[in-house]
Design a protein around this ligand. Structure first.
Ligand code: SAH
Length: 396
């Protein structure tokens, strides 16, 4: 096994159990290593820190699998890590019984580059690092054993694979896909999930708890759901007793799925649902011209700032929609606003929303601070894993 020797002082981040070793932290690699191979990580003084996956193409040159010098990286290692991740979800009261949930959340579950989401009998696997790619078979075997699923579908088509020198890879890799559309039930609402063509692994599981809370807040309120995708928030709002829900998205296919989802839920009053295929930035301005007002507005835009480099332009986009959102609220109304941009931290996001309220001329207070659910944990050693933040603000 090749040996990766850290540059002087660079062992500190590894000692704090951060799994990433950047190219600039490597003094030398002794021995030969192919992408994804396991390397032993040593300090400059020869102390073994653990084992990592080597990735020569990436700026993140190695990702720690284990910080225990006595632990070997083999099939048994992946079986244990996968089983532990799955078991953690099974014992959480908000997750037990959900048929859509994240089973493995990368670094925060001790499996850098591995995402696994469960939709009923199907597990969708996304591998984003050379090390994860190397151990695909062990990870799949671990998932099948820990979940008893009948199908594993691979969705390794995320752009970040390019940074690791990996090609996209998609399709069934274990068992068979069930016949017909895949439907999950989320807190009493049935939703179709397109694991082959949908966003991420097919669905935004990270917003599950926030959709439920929004449903509860929607009772007796008129609701505007911007960036609705397949109508997750809209249907929870209807289930929660909204008087009407206008849902907007620029994607025609997403809106078609959204309407099929409504039809999958005959318990909901379909006459209360209104749809618009439009650009949200323009639609919010049109709604103002039309003198429409709402009691609750949801803004869940796509990632405007994938990294800190995009923060400034993204901040303007967030500010724009939040000003417009605040202006469309009735007195006492609620704005629920999200950012899933890694490049915009919570503090900055809150400043943007505060500035938007000032520009809109409203007084507002935060009544809930939200993030992703417990199936998307954030490792204390890996704070950059915290990407989704939400503020629920109520105006005077
Ligand atoms: N709230 C959704 C997820 C939203 S994902 C849920 O809970 O499932 C973001 C959505 O924004 C996508 O459906 C995408 O089609 C849409 N979108 C991106 N840019 C847009 C724009 N400028 N105007 C309208 N919709 C947009």
């Amino acid at each position: 096994m090749a040996e990766l020797i850290l540059a002087p002082g660079k062992e500190r981040s590894v000692m704090r159990r951060h799994p990433w070793i950047f190219a600039g932290s490597v003094a030398k690699l002794a021995g030969r290593s192919k992408p994804g191979d396991t390397v032993e990580v040593f300090t400059e003084h020869g102390k073994l820190m653990g084992r990592a996956a080597f990735s020569p193409a990436s700026q993140i040159r190695a990702r720690m699998w284990s910080f225990d010098p006595a632990e070997s990286i083999d099939h048994g290692f992946f079986k244990r890590r996968v089983a532990t991740s799955v078991a953690r979800r099974a014992t959480h009261p908000h997750l037990a019984g959900q048929d859509g949930l994240r089973l493995i959340h990368g670094e925060s579950d001790g499996l850098p580059g591995v995402i696994a989401d469960r939709y009923g009998q199907v597990v969708v696997l996304q591998l984003t690092s050379a090390g994860a790619e190397k151990w695909r078979d062990a990870i799949v075997a671990g998932l099948v054993q820990a979940t008893g699923c009948t199908c594993v579908y691979e969705r390794s088509d995320s752009d970040v694979r390019k940074l690791e020198g990996l090609e996209p890879c998609t399709g069934v890799i274990f068992g068979e896909m069930p016949e017909g559309p895949l439907v999950i039930s989320e807190n009493g609402v049935r939703m179709e999930v397109d694991v082959a063509g949908g966003h991420k692994t097919g669905f935004y599981l990270d917003q599950r708890d926030n959709r439920f809370l929004t449903g509860q807040l929607s009772a007796g309120r008129s609701v505007l759901n911007c960036f609705c995708y397949t109508a997750g928030f809209s249907l929870q709002a209807l289930a929660g007793g909204a008087t009407g829900v206008l849902s907007i998205d620029s994607s025609g296919p997403a809106l078609e799925t959204a309407q099929r989802n409504l039809a999958l839920n005959p318990q909901l009053d379909a006459s209360r649902a209104e749809w618009r295929e439009a650009d949200v930035f323009e639609a919010l301005r049109s709604l103002r011209t039309e003198e429409r007002k709402f009691d609750l507005i949801i803004l869940d835009p796509p990632k405007f700032a994938p990294s800190a480099a995009h923060a400034q332009r993204a901040a303007r986009a967030y500010k724009d929609i939040n000003i417009l959102g605040f202006r469309l609220l009735n007195p006492g109304g609620i704005l629920t606003t999200y950012s899933c941009s890694g490049g915009i931290g919570l503090e900055l996001f809150q400043q943007i929303v505060a500035g938007s309220a000032v520009d809109a001329g409203v007084d507002a207070r935060i009544i809930h601070r939200l993030g992703a659910g417990p199936d998307h944990p954030v490792g204390l050693a890996v704070p950059e894993g915290e990407y989704l933040k939400g503020l629920v603000c109520q105006v005077d």
